[in-house]
Design a protein around this ligand. Structure first.
Ligand SMILES: Cc1cc2nc3c(=O)[nH]c(=O)nc-3n(C[C@H](O)[C@H](O)[C@H](O)COP(=O)(O)OP(=O)(O)OC[C@H]3O[C@@H](n4cnc5c(N)ncnc54)[C@H](O)[C@@H]3O)c2cc1C
Length: 400
């Protein structure tokens, strides 16, 4: 049997990037994926410029540059944030994912597609990965390595089978593609009447194509149909173009992302933004921490929990506070009424608050913007104290 140093499960952006980094370090890496063709079909594909710079991501995958975003309140109030330089890009996920995979293959990573991992077990010799080929009669094969990395995207079943704790909950992300006129920037729609405890989006990709989607906790198809048929969207639809696709997204990280011989990385670990559920950038950041830990484990020849625990400390140090603040905001936002949101939009649009907020907003990091709201008396009333909102607004409180 061929010897592997690391087996990576999942050739999404996170698994491919991590495999490439290990390949560069001389690791013998086997990368397994159940799909025949890489590239996630269901994704808004909005990835910040910071991620592109930090990870030298594929420019070929860019469909659209994002230099403005309009947020729309339940009653249709609009707030626009525009920048001189692009803040993000909209990518073709098939090209994007494929480029990362190609880079891994260039570094000697061996890739087996159509290979569904059924289970991972610790044996006396290390870790054993059992997988079924999804062609040729479904042959079941096993591979061994001292270390396995799960980068499968949302996978509660696989995590539970490994005795790992699962996510603190999940939302459904759903999306379709329409041909539309007059959508030339990202539009984000908020409110219970649009996407309860979530949000909806229109993301242009060029040539009149627009990704229309939303995240909600349940009844995603109904909410998407309603959103597309709404007066905010329908008048601009030229043609319903693509199929509707839906999938789960974890609401937050699993409490433990390592075990003897195993690390969990990317969306599989719930390393997604707590505010927008975007997972590509945070997954790549965490993959770097996984690579550092793996390198150290090989240096020590120790693949036990103790040696791998540094991974969790490192990624929590980089994104933990962001995830925690975002989760708290989301919890509070669950109590918002559409009236609260409309008042917040009115407040932001009225007293110069928006320009001050802009200084705190960064595309991939939302902690400072949340702090800003916490510190601002009136915004805090709207965000965090529900009923006090009306009292404060009626009192004509001027804020900070
Ligand atoms: C509607 C929607 C919109 C989104 N929009 C954005 C966005 O704009 N920006 C952003 O950053 N993120 C967005 N996301 C989230 C983003 O798509 C994910 O966070 C990202 O793809 C995670 O990357 P990953 O490599 O961890 O996992 P994935 O991209 O999910 O890749 C996992 C891979 O593992 C494979 N796999 C799974 N199970 C097995 C198994 N048992 N055996 C073998 N292979 C397996 C899969 O086939 C897949 O190729 C969106 C998600 C949804 C649902």
């Amino acid at each position: 049997m061929k010897k592997w140093d690391v087996i990576v499960v999942g050739a999404g952006p996170v698994g491919s990037y991590l495999s490439r980094r290990l390949g560069e370090k001389g690791c013998r890496v086997l990368l397994l994926d159940q799909k025949g063709r890489t590239g996630r079909q269901i994704c808004a594909g909005v990835i910040g410029v910071e991620a592109f710079r930090r990870f030298s991501l594929s420019e070929e995958s860019i469909l659209y540059s994002v230099d403005s975003i309009t947020m729309v309140s339940p009653s249709g109030k609009r707030l626009r944030h525009a920048t001189k330089e692009p803040m993000a890009y909209v990518v073709d996920r098939v090209v994007f994912d494929r480029a990362l995979l190609e880079e891994a293959l260039d570094k000697g990573v061996e890739f087996a597609n159509l290979s569904r991992v059924l289970g991972v077990e610790r044996t006396a010799r290390g870790m054993e990965v059992e997988c079924r080929r999804l062609v040729n009669g479904g042959e079941v094969r096993s591979f061994e390595a001292p270390l396995v990395v799960l980068a499968t995207g949302y996978a509660p079943g696989l995590l539970a089978s490994l005795g790992l704790p699962v996510y603190p909950g999940a939302v459904v992300g759903i999306q379709t593609v329409n041909l539309m006129r007059g959508v030339d920037e990202i539009e984000v729609y908020l409110g219970r009447s649009v996407a309860p405890n979530g949000f909806a989006w229109l993301v242009p990709t060029g040539g009149g194509r627009v990704r229309a989607g939303l995240v909600v906790e349940r009844d995603a198809r109904l909410w998407l149909e309603r959103f597309i048929r709404s007066s905010m969207v329908m008048p601009r639809v030229v043609e319903n173009h693509g199929p509707v696709k839906a999938t789960w997204i974890p609401k937050g990280p699993i409490p433990k992302t390592y075990r003897d011989g195993l690390l969990v990385v990317g969306e599989a670990a719930g390393q997604v933004k707590a505010t927008t559920y975007g997972g590509v950038y945070y997954g790549l950041l965490c993959a770097d921490h996984a690579v550092n830990t793996i390198e150290e484990a090989f240096r020590l020849g120790d693949f036990g929990e103790g040696a791998l625990s540094g991974y969790q400390e490192a990624w929590l140090c980089e994104i933990g506070e962001e995830l925690e603040m975002g989760a708290r905001l989301r919890e509070e936002a669950g109590r918002f009424t559409d009236g609260n949101l409309d008042r917040l939009f009115a407040l932001l649009g009225s007293d110069g608050l928006l320009s001050r907020l802009r200084a705190a907003v960064r595309f991939d990091w939302h902690k400072d913007a949340i702090h800003f709201f916490v510190k601002h008396k009136l915004a805090r009333a709207i965000f965090f104290e529900g009923r006090n909102v009306e009292k404060n607004i009626d009192n004509g409180s001027s804020g900070e």
